[in-house]
Design a binder for this molecule. Structure first.
Ligand code: AP5
Length: 225
């Protein structure tokens, strides 16, 4: 099963993506998380990417595409994978189509997370993340059991550097200008499934489970039994 999680910053792609991974047993590939890890390790690619994401801008297509090409060719992707945050431009979508064609594979669906702009700003402003295991929380909507401590690994939670008001503003503009055209792109290919993502996380996942079953998520019945 090959899926794309599409939607504006803060729509809940990462939050629900974690649940989909548990249910379907395929890896989630988050280009944003890969860039953050590479930057934390001080690699040239990570530092180049950081210069863009810290301003809220998209990283250039060539940089992202090379990274995804290498990642989806790894053995753990043989039964499928979930792309979180890729593609984000029509050029990236075209490239992905070519990559999958070359691997004799095809996209099963694109889940579009739909949330109003005011709610996106509220979610991003209150987000806290764990640098160690990648878990994500929200100070009021999804708080950790102990303030500022990760439930999973006990590390201190941090605020992402691109969650400041100016970066959020630019990220939302980048989304409208460069990523929103993908809604039409995938609708025309009959691959787009809208997720009503302005509800509680558990309610969203009820809808997702139905969609995942439809799309052939192999591990679903067992995982939810
Ligand atoms: P990336 O890491 O992908 O960030 P993003 O797309 O901006 O998405 P976010 O991670 O901010 O939001 P999300 O939808 O995952 O929401 P989350 O689940 O965390 O990319 C970062 C940067 O890397 C980009 O800006 C760009 O520069 C670069 N980049 C990455 N990929 C690229 C590409 N392909 N091309 C070019 N550049 C690229 O939830 C948000 C908050 O809301 C959390 O606090 C969460 O707890 C809370 N929340 C979640 N669901 C709910 C709910 N239902 N109700 C209430 N609160 C909720």
């Amino acid at each position: 099963m090959i899926l794309i999680l599409l939607g504006p910053p803060g729509a809940g792609k990462g939050t629900q993506g974690g649940r989909i991974v548990e249910a379907c047993g395929v890896p989630k590939i988050s280009t944003g998380a890969i860039f953050r890890d590479l930057a934390a390790a001080g690699t040239p690619l990570g530092l180049e990417a950081k210069s863009y994401w810290q301003r809220g801008e998209l990283v250039p297509d060539e940089t992202v595409v090379g990274l995804v090409r290498e990642r989806i060719a790894r053995p753990d992707c043989k039964d499928g994978f979930i792309l979180d945050g890729f593609p984000r431009t029509v050029k990236q979508a075209d490239t992905l189509q070519g990559l999958l064609y070359g691997m004799d594979r095809q996209l099963d669906g694109v889940l579009n997370f739909d949330v109003a702009p005011d709610e996106l700003i509220r979610r991003l402003s209150g987000r806290r993340s764990c640098d160690n295991c990648g878990a994500t929380y929200h100070v009021t909507a999804l708080p950790p059991k102990e303030e500022n401590v990760c439930d999973h690994c006990g590390h201190t939670l941090v605020r992402r550097s691109d969650d400041d008001p100016e970066s959020i503003r630019i990220r939302l503009i980048e989304y409208q200008n460069k990523t929103a055209p993908l809604l039409d792109y995938y609708t025309r290919r009959d691959l787009l499934f809208n997720v009503q993502a302005d509800r509680k996380p558990e309610e969203i996942f009820v809808q997702l489970k139905e969609l995942l079953e439809e799309l052939g998520c192999a591990g679903l019945p067992k995982a939810l039994a």
